[in-house]
Every structure is written in structure tokens, then in C-alpha cells.
Design a protein around this ligand. Sequence first.
Ligand SMILES: Nc1ncnc2c1ncn2[C@@H]1O[C@H](COP(=O)(O)OP(=O)(O)OP(=O)(O)O)[C@@H](O)[C@H]1O
Length: 207
Amino acid sequence: MLECKNIGFYYNRSNWLFRNIHLSIERGEIIGIYGKSGSGKTTLAKIMANYLSPMEGEVLVDGEKSNHSEVYPVQLIWQHPEQAINPKWKLSKIFEEAKELDQDIPSILGIKEEWLNRRAHELSGGELQRFCIARAFHPDTRYIIADEITSMFDAITQAQIWHALIRLVKERNIGVLAISHHISLLERISDRIIDFNQLKGASEKSF
Ligand SMILES: Nc1ncnc2c1ncn2[C@@H]1O[C@H](COP(=O)(O)OP(=O)(O)OP(=O)(O)O)[C@@H](O)[C@H]1O
């Protein structure tokens, strides 16, 4: 289980962004989360993926705090794939770096052989995002935080990407936190849905 226990965070000492966040994600479960722009969803995602440290509380991954191992078991996928991939690299380098990736992952995600010889700016955002998703499926990954990962794409691309991602996480028993402003998308993909504002307001309740 991926657990947020009593998490509190601020960027500015005089103004807590949120406090008392309690949230648990089981392996194999997909939780959808929505909420007002600027409410702190991306910040919580960064805390859960160990990019930021909370001022209060702790994140436990299957009962353990981060041990700063090489590959963190919680992988974050961002909204903007073009910012997550070095523009100078040929895409084949993504897979050269991620040597331990299962062979079947690129084809499940619809990654075409011919894309591997191109650089990031020679692919569309939807094509590029498939590489970011593939890379997140390291054998050590147990949880994925998906922060608005398809919001820039058309409905068909969005459906294709989520269809593949759900197949991969269910096969591998990976827990997912999906952040989106599109509640209709969350309704289609999630096992349960949480309003981030409720999460922020719930001092005692655990989600
Ligand atoms: N590095 C930073 N330094 C200072 N303030 C920040 C920083 N990053 C984010 N913020 C502020 O923290 C608040 C929460 O931002 P965050 O990106 O977590 O919200 P969000 O709920 O994900 O928003 P959106 O739905 O628009 O993506 C915002 O007011 C934002 O301006």
C-alpha cells in the first residue's frame, strides 16, 4: 500500500498549502483525483513520488519510508512529455537507459519501431507520452502517479493511452493515482474517485 500519513506542505512558511492529508492506494487499484486548479494536486504528486519532502507527516511505500534506492517504486508521469525527455536524444536511448524494461511494453503502448530513430521534437505529444509511460514501468515500479497525462490529447489518443496503461498496471498489480480535471475520464478509468478539496478538509477522515 502507498500511504500518505498526515501530510502537510507549504512553499511559503506563512501559508500552508495543505495539512492533514491522509490517503492510501492499494496495489492494483486506480484512484482518480480531481480538484480546483492551484489546490495542490501536483505538489502532493511530487511528495508521493519523493521529488519533494513534506513539512509534516510521511509517505510509506508498503510500510517503508524512502531508502533512496536507485529506482524509486513510485513513478511520476507528467502532463508535458516534451519536458520530461531530453530533446537531443534519439528515442531509442530511452530504452537503452531502461534496459530492464519488459520487451512487450513498447508494443502494448503502440510505440512504432520507426519512432526510435527520431528525436523528441520529431514526434507528436501523444507519441512522446507513450515513451514516458513505458519508462515508468521499470520492474521495481509498484505505484504510478499520473498527473494529467492525457489532457493535451484528442479523445482517441487519450482512450488508446489509458487502455494500454490500465492493461499494464492490472497485469503488474501496480497502484495508480490519476490526477485530472476531466471527471468523465476519471469515471471511466478509476476504481474510486476523490475530490482533492475534501481530502484537504478532512482532518480525521482517511481516504
Ligand atoms: N515551486 C513553487 N514555489 C512556490 N509556489 C508554488 C510552486 N509550485 C507550485 N506553487 C503554488 O502552489 C499552489 C499549488 O500548485 P499545484 O501545481 O500543486 O496545484 P494543482 O492543484 O496541481 O494545480 P493545477 O490543477 O492547475 O495543475 C499554486 O498556487 C502554485 O502557484
